[in-house]
Structure formats: C-alpha cells, structure tokens
Design a protein. Structure first.
Ligand code: HEM
Length: 525
C-alpha cells in the first residue's frame, strides 16, 4: 500500500527536508562573490546586500506562512477547549522528527508511547507542516476510514502528487477516484481465482526457489522483491522475466520509486527529476504495448478476443470509462501497489516463521496435507488456497505484528465532532494502525506472534486494518495473500532447511524494512 512506500526507507531526515522544500530551487545560482582587499566598504555592503536579500526572500517565502500558521493554531487552541490534548512542539518543525523516529515495526515506538500515556489515544500535534490529530483509537480510526469523501479525505504530501500524477488512484479523490477504483475492484475479482494467474504465481515461486539450489545464503528481501515484481509485471502487462521490456521497466520503476522518497527538487540529475523522467518512460513503454495490442486486435479481428490473455492491460483496453492517461496511470498504480508491500509481507512472514518453529511445522503439515491430495506436479487451485486455513492465520498474524503500513494520511473536510473532541476543518488526521494492532486491551498478549489467535478472531473487525478500510481499502489484498500463500506452499515443502539471523528485525522508518535484508542461511544437507 500506498502510504508505506510513500516514505523513505533510508533516512527520515530526507523526507523531512523534502516536505519543507517542496518547490524547485533555481537551477543556476549567481556566481560566487569574492571579497578582495581592494574593495571599498560600500562595495562590500552592496555585495552583502546582494547575497542577503535573495536569501531573506527565500527564507520568508518558505517559513513566514508557516510561522503565521503556527501562531494561529496556538491562538485557536487556547480558545477551543474541545481539541484533543497535545502539543505542537517546535515552531515549523512541530513534532515531525519525533514522529518519524525509526523503531521496530513490532512496537509502537517511543513517540507514540509517550504521547498516548501523556494525552490519551487521541492527541493533537503538528506534523508534516500541518496541525494534526493523531488517532491510536480503534473507534476513531474506523470512523475516519468509513467517512472518506464525506468528513475526511485522503491527503498525501504534495510532492507525491507531482511524481504520481493527479490521475493516480492513490492520490485522486471524488469522482476520478471512484471510477478508477471500480475498475480496480472488477479487475481483481476477475483475476484472483483465474487459473492462469494462479499458475503464473506458482511458476514464479518455484523458479525463485530453484535458483537457490547450491546456495548457502540468500538475501530474502531481494528474492521476495524479484518474486513480487515478476508476478505483478506478468499480471499487469503480460511480460515475463525474459522479455526485454521487463528489465527496462524494472530499471525505470526502481528509479521512479527512489524519486518517491527523495528531495523533490526538479533539477536535472536529482533523484526526483530522474523519477519524473522514468515515469514518463514507463508511460511510453505502456503506451507502446497498448498500441501493439490494438494493432494485433485489428489484424486478428474478433478472433483475437479471449485468446488466453487475461492480464490487466487486456481488460483495461476494453474499459471505456477511463482515458488513455488514466489507463497508463492505473498500470503504474498496480505496479507500485503490488510490488513493495507484497514482498515486504512475504519477508515479514518468513521472519516470524524463522522465530516460531512450532508455527513453521504446523504450516508444513497443512501444505503436506494439501499436496497429498494432488497429483505430482499438479498446480495449486483457488480451492486449495481456500483450504490453507493455518496459512491465512500466519499471514494475518504477520501483518498484525509486523505492521507494513503504520498509518495513512487524511484531512478533515469540515469541523468534525467525535466523542468530546473537535477535529477542526483542514487539519491533518492520521489514523495509526500499528497502535490498534498492538493494543493489549484488544489483542491479548499483543506483542506475541501467535497465529492460533486467528482461530477465534475476526479478520474483518475494526481492530485489524492492515489493508486500510472504507472506500480506500486496498483493492489488491487478495492478490497479495494468494502470492504469499503459494510461495509458502513451495518454501515449506522444499528439502532444504533455512534459518534467519536473530539480529535482523523489521524497522519502521516509518516505511518498514529489514536493515540487513533478511539473510537466510540455507542447509541443503
Ligand atoms: C501486503 C500487501 C499490501 C498491503 C499491506 C497494502 C496496504 C494498503 C493500504 C493500507 C491501502 C490504503 C491506503 C489509504 O487508505 O490511503 C492500500 C491501497 C491501495 N493498494 Fe494496497 N496493499 C497491499 C498490496 C497491494 C497490491 C498487490 C495491489 C495491486 C495489485 C495494491 C494496490 C493498492 C491500490 C491501487 C490502493 C489505492 C486504493 C484506493 O485509494 O482506493 N495493494 N493498500
């Protein structure tokens, strides 16, 4: 999902700077001024003024509105007693640095812990340049998600729009969002149980696992990324790893992802500018594939339809409610949504299984049992997937404990009253999923990885929202889960044993990653 990869995996400071400087800086700066002994004082004063005036103007452009804003909010707060308790922190910075401070994703982190114990589960703060209400409360989180478009609206930082484009489903609102989303939901419905899709997923999993033969170690995060990219690029564009376009699109796509988490300066050579260019190259590649498909349709006439191609693009070609640009953007959203989050979830599951031999052996039994009913080499089916009950418990528990998406970005569209609180119109609102997932009053022994708890818990309840909720609930959730389940099926049935390193846990930056890439030690003996 979306919000996870919208944040930096390397340094939260970069994100912070990027939020403060969301406008391009001048491409060429004036030549440096050198002071020599021959200069008179008036000359020096003029030179200093030349330097200081633009600097002052730049500073004012950036910071004055923020200072005024900050002052206003302090003032308003004093007048309004119904705001949640909390603190705005430093002028300009607010509490953003504390909020973004890295911590294990299996914990709440000191910032949220401190604030919840001081102010309660709902508190006010100043984050990402905006007065904010942070919610660690399951009822308020649910209320926010269910009122998308009515009381609250998705609101990601502006530089993200610059790079994704305004017709991206991830940032679009209102009617555009609704149209794109309807298409996404029907595509996923058609795809998830399609035998051809399931076969592709399974083939990709076995191909990755075969490539481990003879190796003593693999970096699992890399393997998981390879897996999820190959699956999604096949499903969306019908490309296999052997197609030359696949490598090109992967390279452009990685550049595009780096730009999403970089300083948003549109200056030649910066990651941001490279990402914008990479996006336009991917768009051209996608358009070229669309043109080729259309050409083949024309040449082969009616006979072409239904000739086995079931990828997103083929179905998209027939959708009349989307413009060409929206179709291209849709393809990008699917790649972006389906790549990093899915591979991270797979890594998370493997991480927890590595620490829980009992769960691993239980999982193995389940898959041996499923295999025992099938002929040798017979492909897995949707019915097999449905039978993988314990596998689903393991996936749910890995999402609850590992928290791939810590929070999502919303803003209040009008003054909203919730319980005794007032959430003022225009304020940012951050429902924090991690806080609810790790709340011991909702999940007994909340910090323990215990897949068996899902035998009696409801995975659709308010206290479990790894895929968000309401009108923006992740449309790709079922595809991601099938991918994970099929990979696990083949992983646990391999002849080799594997072991993770204890020291490598998932860290929330707040985007989650394994610092050392989750090294797996393989034992083929
Ligand atoms: C483990 C895997 C995944 C996780 C944890 C995840 C999580 C999420 C979350 C939390 C949201 C809601 C964002 C918000 O409310 O602002 C979301 C939205 C979205 N996800 Fe996923 N996702 C996953 C896999 C996928 C896959 C496989 C796809 C596509 C094939 C996908 C495509 C999308 C799209 C397009 C949206 C935007 C939906 C909208 O705004 O209506 N995701 N995801």
């Amino acid at each position: 999902m979306a919000s996870a990869w919208l944040w930096s995996s390397t340094t939260f400071l970069m994100i912070f700077i990027s939020i403060f400087f969301p406008i391009p800086l001048p491409i060429s700066l004036p030549p440096p001024i050198t002071v020599t002994a021959a200069w008179s004082w008036p000359q020096i004063a003029i030179s200093m003024a030349c330097l200081l005036v633009p600097l002052t103007i730049i500073t004012l452009i950036h910071f004055l509105p923020l200072l005024i804003l900050h002052h206003d909010h302090r003032h308003n707060n004093n007048n309004n007693k119904n705001l949640p308790k909390g603190s705005f922190g430093w002028p300009l910075l607010g509490e953003t640095l504390g909020f973004l401070n890295p911590h294990p994703s299996t914990s709440l982190g000191t910032f949220l812990q401190d604030h919840c114990s001081r102010y309660g589960k709902v508190f006010r703060s100043h984050l990402f340049l905006s007065p904010t209400v942070v919610s660690c409360d399951q009822e308020l989180n649910y209320f926010i998600l269910q009122n998308e478009g009515k009381l609250f609206e998705c609101s990601y930082p502006k530089p993200i729009h610059g790079i994704l484009g305004n017709v991206s489903m991830l940032v679009a609102v209102g009617d555009t969002h609704r149209r794109l989303r309807n298409v996404a939901l029907s595509l996923v419905n058609v795809t998830k149980s399609n035998p051809e899709f399931l076969h592709d997923v399974e083939m990709t999993a076995t191909m990755i696992l075969k490539s481990w033969s003879g190796k003593e170690q693999v970096l699992f995060c890399e393997e998981a990324r390879k897996y999820s990219f190959n699956v999604i690029v096949k499903q969306v564009l019908g490309l296999t790893p052997k197609d030359p376009e696949t490598t090109r699109i992967l390279e452009d796509f990685l550049t595009f992802m780096k730009g999403l988490i970089s300083l948003p300066l549109y200056v030649a050579g910066t990651p941001y500018a490279r990402a914008v260019q990479a996006r336009s190259r991917i768009a051209s590649s996608v358009k070229a594939i669309i043109e080729e498909r259309k050409r083949r349709r024309r040449m082969e006439g009616e006979g072409y339809f239904g000739k086995g191609k079931v990828d997103f693009l083929e179905i998209l070609l027939g959708v009349e409610t989307l413009s060409e640009d929206e179709k291209v953007s849709f393809v990008l959203d699917s790649l972006l949504g389906g790549y990093e989050t899915t591979s991270l979830l797979l890594a998370m599951v493997v991480h927890f299984l590595g620490q829980s031999p009992l769960a691993l052996s239980h999982l193995k039994l389940e898959h041996e049992n499923i295999r025992s009913w099938k002929k040798e080499e017979e492909c897995l089916s949707w019915e097999d997937y449905k039978k993988m009950e314990f596998t689903h418990h393991v996936i749910n528990e890995a999402m609850r404990c590992g928290n791939i998406v810590k929070f999502v970005h919303r803003k209040a569209l009008k003054d909203v009253k919730f319980r005794d609180y007032l959430i003022p119109s225009g304020w940012k609102v951050l429902p924090v999923f991690t806080a609810v997932h790790l709340d011991p009053s909702l999940h007994p022994n909340a910090l323990k990885f215990d897949p068996w708890r899902w035998e009696s818990e409801d995975q659709t309840s308010k206290k479990f929202t790894p895929f968000g909720g309401g009108l923006r609930c992740c449309p790709g959730s079922e595809l991601a889960k099938v991918e994970i389940a099929f990979f696990l099926h083949h992983l646990v049935l391999q002849n080799f044993r594997w072991r993770t390193e204890d020291s490598d846990g998932p860290l929330a930056f707040p985007y989650v990653e394994f610092e050392k890439g989750l090294l797996l030690n393989l034992d083929h003996s």
